[in-house]
Ligand binder design. Sequence first.
Ligand code: DLL
Length: 438
Amino acid sequence: MTDNKKFLEPEVSTSSRADIESLQAQRLADTIKHIYEANTFYRERIDGAGLDPYRIKDLKSIQSLPFTTKEELRKNYPFGLFCSPHEDIVRVHSSSGTTGNPTVVGYTREDLKIWAGVLARVMYDCGVRKDDVVQVSHGFGMFTGGFGFQYAAEKIGALVIPISGGNTERQLKVMSDFGTTVLCCTPSYALYMSEVAKKVGLDFKRLKLKVGFFGAEPWTEAMRREIEDRLSICALDSYGLSEVIGPGVSCECIHKKGLHINEDHFLVEVIDPDTGEVLAPGQKGELVFTSLTKRAMPVIRYRTKDISYLIEEQCSCGKTLARMAKPMGRTDDMLIIRGVNIFPSQIEEVLMDISDLEPHYLIVLDRRDYMDVLEVWVEVSENIFQEKIMVLEDFESSIEERLYSAIGIRIKVSLKEPQTIARSQGKAQRVLDRRKKD
Ligand code: DLL
């Protein structure tokens, strides 16, 4: 691996649409044949769809297969959808679901290499090299964040610090003493780090940090500005999910104009979440992925519940791989209040643009008189907290107006003292649902 290339694998990253699609079609055919021969669940599905698994010629044939849902993965817990013999599987991870059985994913040795490869590719293409010091502050364990970035950065040859999440003061000391140049964690944890840094008197401008790969949860452009400003870093969005492989499915380049999808390994579709209809580029809908090279646990038309759209125009970085817009949230996080659909990210975008508010908020859902009510708790900064009650009440009303004009419904805002809303060291919990199940 030479270190002066622009892209790690330019032959893939800059290939023509025709070439990438022909590679995808060939890999799709291999995947369908593999799962047909290896797993009864898939054999029945393929037979049920009337598809000949030995005659998959083009990408369109995928559309005759049904979608796969998280519920189906759960039903086949833990190893029911594995398509490689037990002795070939060397690792399992699982999703961070909080209800029911988690979804378990398996990897062969080759799958692990692919995973490290796709994530190394996007990191390298953003400038990560052998002489970098990569601090992995994602959790290590069943969550894919920690190990994913660990192996990818090692593949590049960088020095990796597998510090995991938590113990923030130690994170900062390590960052400063070891000369960390690349940070990998959730965006909410990055913000929390900036807060602790302020408390201990650490100035990020004096550190060597240059780029951060932030992901595992939705975050807005306003949050990016906040992180870049506070950490003095180029903040990039990295996306993935354990069912598909983990982090490394897609990632922004330094132009920050959408996340390049590693299309040679993952086939993407965007569908209307209600009808299942496949949507055209530019149309917003649910992301659906089919893995093209994984062996232990391939996924076919996996419904992610993540909302985004595809971007067709070529990126100025020179990569030709398709891009997806920054995911705006999950269909199951969408709130429907008085008939209006709201994503927490829309509220975040408004709040983060208002000075004198801290980037810590909680959306509280309640039910009063059989009606759902939404309230937003948000912290004010120290300087305004000292103000008189009347000033704070006026401030609340002005935020309510801003939310109303951006979202179209009245949302009550409740200002909170600094440091009172729970901080996250992993995925942030943005919604507190207090409605009684009735
Ligand atoms: O969160 C994998 C990951 C780790 C991605 C580290 C990036 C960095 P899961 O725990 O299976 O895997 O959760 C997957 O998290 O369906 C999205 O809803 C959400 N998610 C992941 N990345 C992003 C992102 C990892 N960049 C679920 N923006 C996904 C918005 C994201 N949501």
